[in-house]
Design a protein around this ligand. Structure first.
Ligand code: SAM
Length: 229
């Protein structure tokens, strides 16, 4: 499905969020800037690379961002973007499944997952893999869409995402099912408390959460403990 929508993914992303997705990614970038040193990073489920590119621009000189995604179609769009910007040698891209990351233990200072984790069939396995590839003390930053908690907003949200968006998304991408999948998958993703409990059970500590745009998007972070092997 992701490979199918890859060529039009960026345009639809901005349309779907009415442009807010750029600001949401900026919020994630700021968390990583606060680490205050060059970072060796993995952008997991990097898709067409919007977060990887924003990180590349904003992080201190000497930072290195590796992009990983399991859809070759998404990576192909990202590769073209990197080539247009002359960055193809600067950012390694790896085709990988979040459930079995092809990186050694303790490879990265930070891992980001933007709008990807709700799609992972086994999220707990992905969290274990992320924890494994993070260095002790390393940070995981997650951006994920969510249904707003306010009832009126939730009703508007459902109207837009369940009826209007699949129609427009279908017209533009030719794949209406993909844009019906979107609200369904957002609805199935655990709420804030449950998700933070899952992160904690998988060993993450110093957990934090912020609701963005009245809860349409959530920013989570957590660290691999310093004392872990
Ligand atoms: C909605 S896109 C988000 C892309 C990008 N992070 C962004 O901010 O626009 C979700 C991405 O997750 C990837 N993905 C889904 N399941 C995956 C898995 N199990 N392992 C790796 N990537 C996965 C998809 O291929 C897709 O590119």
């Amino acid at each position: 499905m992701f490979t199918d929508i890859a060529p039009r993914y960026d345009a639809l992303n901005h349309l779907m969020s009415l442009g807010a997705d750029r600001g949401w990614r900026r919020r994630a970038v700021r968390v990583l800037q606060r680490e205050g040193r060059p970072l060796d990073m993995l952008d997991l489920a990097c898709g067409t690379g919007d977060l990887s590119l924003a990180l590349q621009k904003a992080l201190p000189e000497g930072s290195r961002i590796t992009g990983a995604d399991f859809s070759e179609g998404m990576l192909a769009v990202m590769r073209e973007k990197l080539a247009r910007k002359g960055l193809e040698d600067k950012m390694p891209l790896v085709q990988a499944d979040a459930a079995a990351l092809p990186f050694p233990e303790a490879s990265f200072d930070a891992v980001t997952v933007a709008f990807g984790i709700r799609n992972f069939p086994d999220r707990e396995q992905a969290l274990r893999e992320i924890q494994r590839v993070l260095r002790p003390g390393g940070i995981l930053v997650i951006l994920e869409l969510s249904e707003p908690e306010n009832r009126l907003l939730k009703a508007c949200y459902r109207l837009y995402f369940r009826h209007i968006l699949p129609f427009i998304g279908g017209l533009i991408s030719g794949n209406r099912a993909a844009y019906k999948y979107l609200p369904d998958s957002v609805g199935r993703f655990p709420g804030r408390k449950e998700w933070m409990g899952i992160m904690q059970r998988q060993g993450f500590e110093a957990l934090s959460h912020k609701a963005l745009s009245l809860g349409l998007c959530r920013l989570y972070s957590g660290r691999r403990p310093n004392h872990s092997k």
